[in-house]
Design a protein around this ligand. Structure first.
Ligand SMILES: [Zn+2]
Length: 171
């Protein structure tokens, strides 16, 4: 999926979570994220494509891409729920040292998960449980296709409608 599609689904999920309190075990309630939680959410949303040579994140953080590439090809184990969980644990550990709210790590994980689920809509799919299982979750939407652009636009529109309904007097 293209970056803008990840961002559109990311925005929709963020808005839905923002207006509904969601509580996760260990991580607390995820409503009303602060600035830091939002930044971590965005980082989680774009981090999985560190395994792709031409992605936004790989171009920004070349060194991290080079290191990742030694171990993984595009949509290999980096596009796995376990890698997301492992990174979340690491972030949670670092946050706890500084006595930050652990929900920030939860937001990172949700961003990561939204990225994986969005990629799972493509024919290439995602090995969600790699390396434990080769099961690939796939969908019919080709990356860069008109379908993807239309869906991305619809998702943005849905997010904007929810924003307009909850935070303005327009609707
Ligand atoms: Zn991806």
């Amino acid at each position: 999926m293209m970056l803008r599609s990840h961002l559109s689904f990311g925005l929709l999920a963020y808005i839905i979570l923002f207006v509904n309190a969601v509580t996760l075990p260990f991580l607390g309630t995820l409503n009303q994220p602060g600035l830091l939680a939002t930044v971590f959410y965005l980082v989680g949303l774009i981090t999985p494509d560190i395994d792709s040579p031409n992605s936004f994140i790989s171009r920004k953080v070349r060194a991290a891409h080079t290191v990742t590439n030694i171990f993984s090809k595009h949509r290999g184990f980096v596009h796995s729920i376990f890698t997301g969980a492992l990174l979340t644990l690491g972030i949670g550990f670092l946050l706890s040292l500084k006595e930050y709210d652990l929900a920030i790590a939860g937001w990172f994980f949700i961003g990561y998960l939204i990225h994986l689920l969005t990629d799972a809509m493509t024919p290439h799919g995602v090995k969600l449980f790699a390396p434990l299982s080769p099961y690939t979750l796939r969908g019919p939407i080709r990356t860069g296709s008109t379908h993807e652009k239309v869906i991305s636009l619809l998702v943005y529109s849905a997010a904007l409608l929810i924003i307009a309904k909850n935070f303005t007097n327009l609707l």
